[in-house]
Design a protein around this ligand. Sequence first.
Ligand code: NAP
Length: 261
Amino acid sequence: MQLNGARILLTGATGGLGQALAHQLAAAGASLLLAGRDNGRLAASIMMLTGRHSTVRADLTRPEGIAAAAGAAREFGVNLLINNAGIGCFGLYEQQAWPQIADVLAANLAAPMHLTHALLPDLKAAPNAMVVNIGSTFGSLPFPGFAAYSAAKAGLRGFSQALRRELADTQVSVIHVAPRAIDTPLNSPAVNALNRALKNQSDTAETVARQVIDAIQQDLQECHLGFPEKLFAWLNGIAPALIDRGLAGKLATIKSFAPTR
Ligand SMILES: NC(=O)c1ccc[n+]([C@@H]2O[C@H](COP(=O)([O-])OP(=O)(O)OC[C@H]3O[C@@H](n4cnc5c(N)ncnc54)[C@H](OP(=O)(O)O)[C@@H]3O)[C@@H](O)[C@H]2O)c1
């Protein structure tokens, strides 16, 4: 899709990746509707951009937040929806309280599905349109210590693929981009310490934003970012027992960093 002239609803616009995306999308000539939960952070985000943009405050885990974001998007004339908002959650599954697990599923899976559902008639009515879902390596390489997050991101990957196939006879494309770790506030100090101990590499938000924009411009439907993460995600699809064995060797380290209740 061409970005010059595109009209974009960007969720999670106040976060690390969201701000980098907003900056690069605006520089490419797109008009942005920035969504987040905090008016102060939204105002700070829009101030850093050149061009004419707008904001909408919406908690996307609530029906009224979806209605607010979808209503503003309709008025804005959106033809590109970027489902980028999300929350992290590191810890051993049995140690986590159910409300925390439910929040992870709501923010990372139900919210992008709900918003896409609300906007699909408008996207179908546009001359050309796209939905971009920001997933994670953990959606294809589910990881100990991240059971709820991995489940949500695997669900988002399945949703993206099914919807893409369902919309194959329309002008709406659906792309799914799965980054590895990114240096943003989403990762707690415990996650950053774990990544260092496991020698997991991370990317800057600017690097990932550039790759998301490449994927949009080239209509790359499935994008797994980072090597060797991309290889391990593929291997997990064909030989998960190999990945089970590899990750069993890291389990003691993962447990040593996991926060306890
Ligand atoms: N960081 C990583 O290591 C990493 C790796 C792979 C994939 N990702 C994915 O990349 C995307 C962006 O994450 P990030 O790293 O930029 O995280 P971040 O810096 O923590 O930003 C998260 C954004 O999501 C918004 N958000 C959270 N819950 C929301 C809700 N209920 N309703 C509306 N907005 C909500 C936040 O808005 P507020 O300002 O209102 O809090 C914020 O703008 C996420 O989907 C994440 O899963 C991240």
